[in-house]
Design a protein around this ligand. Structure first.
Ligand SMILES: *Cc1c(COP(=O)(O)O)cnc(C)c1O
Length: 417
């Protein structure tokens, strides 16, 4: 099966001794880096895959919100703009980053809560089946939510064991997906290795078995292009504070396929997801469209930075963002091979362009101490148990020079330790 995700050609692989200047000079998105707020003492931010940086424009937006939308329009703002924000922003995320037509994406809650709602809804849509399939290297919250639902609903968890330097493949899933499978949960890009799961082929496999598929897009949205509508994905959730730079705790989003939507009933039925919000009715009737996935009052304040970030993603274009991401990860690989390989560091991320997201994970027994020392110097990658250092490359805010400074600092810390 050929992989449907198309990768744009990266820039030519650099000679690691070449300064980064030539790469920054050739970067068509270079000018956008200056839109981000100054990062103080940080000389190399390599953790945009965990918490993206803020835009300067957002401070004006927050001030205007305090003075106008909230300060003087007060409750009138619900009618004027706030009520529709979950779907207005959802549609923008869908168009800019998901390959999703309008009316299928909504913003609200955390990824964890949306995972819960989505899995419960999908499980209920396959009442004659009792298995949830998940792999053992998924992000902890995904595993915990699945285990909790299985206990609550008397469902069975079918674990797929994966190589932690890769992720879940069609072949591994083909061994376990069958007539008892209700839902298959897949992390599109592995938070550990950066491996990109084959969304189109997995969706096809799951559907052939009569089951439903849910993708967690936290580590791919805003950086790996996808075509949810075209590939027939059932439901997807993702957060907005990683590559979408929405800010700490910014609300997550949920996509549900238009023709499946009317059959999906999520368990946290609240007034804001009802067909007529202000009817104050006796009983609950879900909204006909994607609003049925909303439960309570939308997190308006938490959505503010997303407006500016979506402007930026729309301006840059997801394909250009992917091209820069591949160029950044290529450059990181070249520097890691030249400078860290000889010190005993190994690469735990697939090297093929179509198999990798936008972070590079490297391993070494000293990395826990190395990362702590680097943070003191304003070089900020992150550490993941047991011995992984993640170099997260957020294309809109990261320069090639920063990558070079960061990897040079990792080398110096290893030599010093
Ligand atoms: C970051 C991340 C989450 C985070 O969930 P929250 O509810 O926002 O804390 C979930 N899943 C994956 C795959 C992630 O990378």
């Amino acid at each position: 099966m050929t992989r449907a995700s198309s990768a744009s050609a990266p820039l030519a692989a650099p000679d690691p001794e070449l300064p980064a200047d030539a790469l920054d000079a050739a970067d068509p998105l270079a000018a956008l880096v200056s839109r981000f707020a100054p990062a103080g003492d940080v000389v190399s931010y390599l953790d945009g895959n965990s918490l993206g940086r803020p835009l300067t424009a957002t401070s004006g937006r927050i001030e205007g919100f305090l003075r106008h939308d909230w300060g003087t329009r007060l409750i009138r703002s619900w009618d004027e703009r706030w009520m529709d924000l979950p779907t207005v922003l959802g549609d923008r995320i869908g168009a800019a980053a998901l390959g999703a037509a309008a009316g299928q994406t909504v913003v609200g809650d955390s990824t964890t809560v949306l995972l819960y709602k989505a899995i419960r809804a999908l499980l209920a849509a396959r009442p004659d089946r009792h298995e949830i399939v998940i792999d053992d290297d998924q992000f902890p919250t995904d595993r915990f939510v699945v285990e909790g639902i299985a206990r609550e609903r008397g469902a069975t968890v079918r674990w797929v064991h994966v190589d932690p330097t890769l992720g879940v493949t069609v072949d591994l899933l083909a061994d376990v997906v069958g007539p008892d499978t209700a839902v298959v949960l897949v992390n599109h890009v592995s938070y550990r290795s950066g491996y990109v799961a084959d969304m189109a082929a997995i969706t096809e496999l799951v559907h052939a078995a009569g089951a439903l598929v849910l993708f967690d897009l936290c580590h791919s949205v805003g950086v790996v292009p996808m075509r949810l509508d075209e590939w027939g994905v059932d439901v997807a959730v993702g957060c907005s504070y990683k590559y979408l730079n929405g800010g700490p705790g910014a609300p997550a989003f949920l996509y549900a396929r238009r023709d499946l939507l009317p059959t999906l009933e999520q368990p946290i039925q609240g007034w804001m997801g009802a067909a007529d919000v202000f009817a104050m009715a006796d009983g609950y009737t879900p909204a006909p469209g994607i609003r049925r996935f909303i439960s309570g009052t939308p997190p308006v304040v938490g959505m503010l930075p997303l407006h500016d970030m979506l402007d930026l993603v729309e301006e840059a274009g997801i394909d250009a963002i992917r091209a820069k991401s591949l160029a950044l990860t290529d450059y990181a690989f070249a520097l890691v091979d030249a400078w860290l390989g000889p010190l005993g560091v190994t690469v735990a991320t697939p090297r093929a362009a179509e198999l990798r997201g936008s972070h590079v994970t490297v391993t070494h027994p000293s990395f826990r101490a190395v990362v702590a020392a680097l943070w003191e110097e304003g070089v900020v990658p992150d550490f993941r148990n047991p011995d992984g250092l993640r170099i997260g490359l957020s294309p809109l805010s990261t320069t090639f020079a920063e990558v070079r400074v960061g990897i040079a600092a990792i080398r110096a810390a290893l030599l010093a330790g």
